[in-house]
Write a protein that binds this ligand. Structure first.
Ligand code: NDP
Length: 342
């Protein structure tokens, strides 16, 4: 049973050398004698989600996330097939998405974070993205947190990522004017019908050229909704360009995950002056809406009204490079690792 193992907690940007693939550990594919409520999962797809970086550090006082355990397989979201079950709600052959391990087979003892997959006429890997946690994040973060209205001015950062590409499409479907930002010329030059334009992002990653930031150029009348995936200087520049009673959905702060201490925000006072609602949210709080979300998004996917870009790396051996790439923007679309054939 191959596993992805981190040698220790990570500081700064994660490196491939922080991890290795172990083949020495063995997991019995038999459930322990008499165990009820557990199951063995064969992992098919694993999700390289940015929040994993937060879990790669030692977390003294956990609020939302706990640290992973150095020396054991990283856990995270994935799609798998039940190969053995001691749980009354799951049977052999069931397909599920939810929390599993970065390994070929996982022994799952806590099943409350597993969702059964009932619709298989769409790619199974979508349950790591559009039909899984990132999809729910875009859905809850846009419709529930931003309270969007037709014709509003919407800005999305990391606009072509797992979450951002959906927020852009949801906003377009709603009749909003949408601009996105992305981190490479290659990403900007793709054809993205959901966006009025994609701007090369204002503040570049370490080691790349820093460009001047000018959201006002694309929003002469200001921004009603900012869906923030990156935080930091981008958030600061956007705050200055928000309209009165604007809403900022604080989804993620990937620009800060590898920084200690984080960069300061100087334009926060605009939140008061302009009565902007800045709201942080955690997707987990909205999982009760998952059935509504599927009912909403599946027909759109089937009719081709929403499309989804994935970046699929083959084999668990490719997981270290795939994971590291998310923090430098190497992924084009949702970064997935395909572990085993379906
Ligand atoms: P993506 O698929 O968008 O991948 C991450 C992208 O972030 C990269 O491709 C890159 O895009 C950008 N990026 C990477 N490093 C930096 C950096 N240092 N500074 C600025 N941008 C950077 O990820 P997701 O769509 O899965 O996640 C987007 C955000 O949403 C993350 O911050 C994540 O933590 C958050 N999130 C929050 C949830 C919640 O419950 N609140 C749930 C799920 C995700 P580019 O090259 O275009 O800059």
């Amino acid at each position: 049973n191959k596993q992805l193992i981190f040698r220790d907690y990570v500081s700064g940007f994660p490196k491939e050398s922080d991890m290795y693939i172990s083949t020495s550990a063995t997991i019995k594919l038999k459930l322990p004698e008499g165990s009820t409520g557990s199951l063995v999962l064969k992992n098919l797809y694993l999700a390289c989600d940015p929040y994993l970086r937060i879990r790669m550090q030692r977390i003294e006082n956990p609020i939302l996330f706990t640290s992973f355990t150095p020396g054991s397989a990283l856990n995270g979201y994935g799609v798998g097939k039940v190969v053995e079950s001691g749980h009354p709600d799951f049977k052999q052959g069931d397909l599920v998405w939810g929390t599993t391990g970065f390994e070929e087979y996982s022994l799952i003892t806590e099943t409350q974070e597993l969702f059964k997959i009932h619709h298989t006429d769409v790619p199974l890997s979508y349950y790591t993205g559009i039909l899984g946690m990132p999809g729910m994040t875009a859905y809850a973060g846009f419709y529930e947190v931003c309270s969007p209205k037709k014709g509003e001015y919407v800005f999305v950062s990391a606009a072509l990522g797992a979450v951002g590409q959906l927020v852009g499409q949801f906003a377009k479907l709603m009749g909003c004017y949408v601009v996105g930002s992305a981190g490479s010329k290659e990403k900007v030059s793709h054809n993205h019908p959901q966006y009025a334009c994609i701007i090369f992002k204002c503040f570049q990653l370490q080691g790349r050229t820093r460009l001047g930031c000018s959201p006002e150029k694309y929003f002469p009348e200001g921004i009603d909704i900012y869906f923030d995936n990156v935080g930091g200087k981008m958030l600061d520049a956007v705050l200055l360009n928000m309209r009165f009673h604007g809403r900022v959905s604080v989804c993620g702060m990937i620009s800060q995950y590898n920084r200690d201490p984080p960069e300061g925000i100087t334009n926060m006072i605009n939140v008061i002056f302009k009565r902007i609602r800045v709201e942080g949210f955690a997707t987990f709080d909205y999982y009760h809406l998952y059935p509504n979300f599927l009912e909403f998004v599946l027909p759109l996917v089937r009719e081709g009204k929403i499309t989804y870009v994935e970046d699929i790396a083959q084999g668990l051996e490719s997981a270290p490079a795939a994971l590291v790439g998310v923090y430098s923007g190497r992924n084009v679309g949702k970064q997935v690792v395909a572990v085993a054939p379906e």
